[in-house]
Design a protein. Structure first.
Ligand SMILES: Cc1cc2nc3c(=O)[nH]c(=O)nc-3n(C[C@H](O)[C@H](O)[C@H](O)COP(=O)(O)OP(=O)(O)OC[C@H]3O[C@@H](n4cnc5c(N)ncnc54)[C@H](O)[C@@H]3O)c2cc1C
Length: 416
C-alpha cells in the first residue's frame, strides 16, 4: 500500500470519516481510510450509553436546525442534501430499523451502538474501493505549492488528489480523538479555536453536594445566578454526583455556564418543588406534619424527598432537627425548610474535563468551510467534517446527524 496514490485519503475512522469513505467508494473513487486505533468507530460504539442516539427524529429541517442557534446559517445547504430523513433511509435501508424515544431521540431498535458501527464498516467495505489502514496515526500534511499532496505517518507517506479530515474533537480522548487533526490544520494556516469541554457535567466544591452522589430528582428547576440575578433557568431531571451535578439538562447548559463563569462567580439554585410556591409548599408540609406528628422528622420527610436528599436538606436547615419528632418542629424551622427546598444553593466551579464531555467546543471556524461541499476555503482539495468543526449543539442525536450529513456530502463531492 505504501506510496500508492489514491483519489481520496480520509483521515479518521469515526462516524463522519466512515460515512465519507463509504460514500466516495460507492461512487467509484479509490479511497484510503487511515485510522490510528486498531478498529474503526471506537467512540461511536460507546455513544448513547452504548445504545447510540443515532439522530433526532425531527424531519422538518428548519425546526431541526433551530438546535444550532450559532451555526444554523451554515447548515441549511448541507441539510438540503442529506437530512434526518436521509439518515433513516440510509440505516433502515441497510437492515438497521430505528426507534424513536422521548425528545425525538432515535436509536437502533437493537439498542446496540455496535450495530451502527457494523453498518458503516460494511458500507466502507462493500464497494471494494476503500483500503483501510488501521493503527496508523497521521502526523502532518505534505503541502507543496499551496496544495496538499499527501500525509506523513510513521508507516510511510501516502498521496492522493483529495483529503478528508475527520479526526474529531477532543471529547473522550481515550477513544482516539486527541486533537492532532486540529494541530495539523493550525499548522497549514486554518483558524482553530482551542478545544474546551462542552456537553459536560458541572463541578462544585460543596461537600454536601458530593455527599448526595447517586441521588436524583425527576422534576426540578435549576437556576444559575450571578450577582443574585437569574442568568439561565432550566427544568427537568437532575443527578447528583461525587463531583457535582449531571444529567442531560445540566450537560446541555454547560456551554452557557462556561460563558457565565468567564464573567464571574456562578451559583446554582435548585427548586425541588417547581410547581409549588412558598405558600403551597408550606401547606403541604403542614398537612404532612399533621398526619405524621409523632414520627421522626427525617422519617416523615421521606414522603416528599428521597432519603439521602431529605436528610441533607434537614441538616442544611438545622443539624439538630434531623432526629426530632415532627411535633417539636417550630414554625420558623418549618419556614426555613420550605425556603431551603425551594432554593438549594451551591457554587458552580466549572465543567468536568474532556474525558467526561460528549463533545468539545473549539475546532475550525465554520467560516473557513464551504458547507455546500464541506471543502476548506483555504485548500480546495481538503474537506473538513464532523467534530473538527466548531459547531455548538445540544445532546439528543444532533452530533451524529452532523457526521452523517457532512460525511455524505464530503464523500459525494470528493468522488466527483
Ligand atoms: C460518551 C459519549 C457519548 C456520545 N453519545 C452520543 C449520542 O448518543 N448521539 C450523538 O449524536 N452524539 C453522541 N456523542 C458525540 C459523538 O460521538 C461525536 O460527535 C462523534 O463521534 C464525532 O464523530 P467524528 O467522526 O467527527 O469523530 P470521532 O468519532 O472522534 O472519530 C475520529 C477518529 O479519528 C481518529 N483519529 C484522530 N486523530 C487521528 C490521526 N492523527 N490519524 C488517524 N486517525 C486519527 C480517532 O482515533 C477516531 O477514531 C457522544 C460522545 C461521547 C464521548
Amino acid at each position: 500500500m505504501k506510496n500508492k496514490t489514491y483519489d481520496i485519503i480520509v483521515i479518521g475512522g469515526g462516524p463522519s470519516g466512515m460515512m465519507a469513505a463509504g460514500r466516495a467508494g460507492e461512487l467509484g473513487a479509490k479511497v484510503l481510510l487511515i485510522e490510528k486505533n486498531d478498529r474503526l468507530g471506537k467512540k461511536l460504539s460507546i455513544t448513547g450509553g452504548r445504545r447510540c442516539n443515532i439522530t433526532n427524529a425531527e424531519f422538518d429541517n428548519r425546526i431541526f436546525l433551530d438546535n444550532f442557534p450559532e451555526s444554523k446559517q451554515f447548515l441549511f445547504s448541507p441539510f438540503s442534501q442529506f437530512n434526518v430523513e436521509s439518515t433513516f433511509e440510509f440505516f433502515q435501508g441497510r437492515g438497521l430499523p430505528l426507534i424513536v424515544e422521548d425528545r425525538k431521540r432515535a436509536f437502533p431498535k437493537s439498542e446496540k451502538a455496535e450495530d451502527v458501527c457494523n453498518v458503516l464498516i460494511d458500507y466502507v467495505e462493500e464497494s471494494f474501493n476503500v483500503d483501510v489502514q488501521l493503527s496508523t496515526s497521521v502526523k502532518s500534511f505534505i503541502v507543496e505549492e499551496g496544495e496538499i499532496k499527501g500525509v506523513h505517518t510513521p508507516s510511510g507517506d501516502f498521496f492522493a488528489k483529495k483529503f478528508v479530515l475527520a479526526t474529531g474533537g477532543l471529547a473522550a480522548p481515550e477513544t482516539g480523538s486527541t486533537g492532532e487533526g486540529l494541530s495539523m490544520l493550525a499548522t497549514i494556516g486554518h483558524a482553530v479555536k482551542d478545544p474546551d469541554p462542552n456537553l459536560a457535567p458541572l463541578k462544585t466544591n460543596t461537600k454536601w453536594v458530593h455527599g448526595l452522589s447517586g441521588a436524583s430528582v425527576d422534576d426540578m428547576t435549576l437556576r444559575y445566578l450571578q450577582d443574585g440575578k437569574i442568568k439561565l433557568k432550566v427544568r427537568g431531571r437532575l443527578l447528583f454526583t461525587h463531583f457535582g451535578i449531571s444529567g442531560p439538562l445540566v450537560i446541555n447548559s454547560a456551554h452557557e455556564v462556561k460563558k457565565l463563569l468567564k464573567t464571574g462567580a456562578l451559583i446554582a439554585s435548585v427548586d425541588l418543588f417547581p410547581d409549588d410556591d412558598f405558600g403551597s409548599l408550606d401547606k403541604r408540609l403542614l398537612d404532612l406534619f399533621e398526619t405524621q406528628k409523632n414520627k421522626q422528622l427525617k422519617t416523615a420527610m421521606k414522603e416528599l424527598l428521597q432519603k439521602k436528599l431529605s436528610e441533607t436538606v434537614l441538616r442544611l436547615v438545622d443539624e439538630s432537627i434531623v432526629d426530632v419528632p415532627v411535633h417539636s418542629v417550630t414554625k420558623d424551622q418549618r419556614k426555613l425548610l420550605v425556603r431551603t427546598m425551594k432554593d438549594l444553593q451551591f457554587p458552580i466551579t466549572g465543567t468536568m474535563g474532556f474525558e467526561w464531555s460528549i463533545v468539545a467546543d473549539g475546532g475550525v471556524d465554520p467560516k473557513e468551510v464551504d458547507f455546500k461541499t464541506m471543502r476548506s476555503r483555504l485548500f480546495s482539495n481538503l474537506y473538513l467534517i464532523g467534530d473538527t468543526i466548531d459547531i455548538n449543539r445540544p445532546s439528543g442525536g444532533f452530533s451524529l446527524q452532523l457526521c452523517w450529513t457532512m460525511g455524505w456530502i464530503a464523500g459525494s463531492d470528493a468522488a466527483e
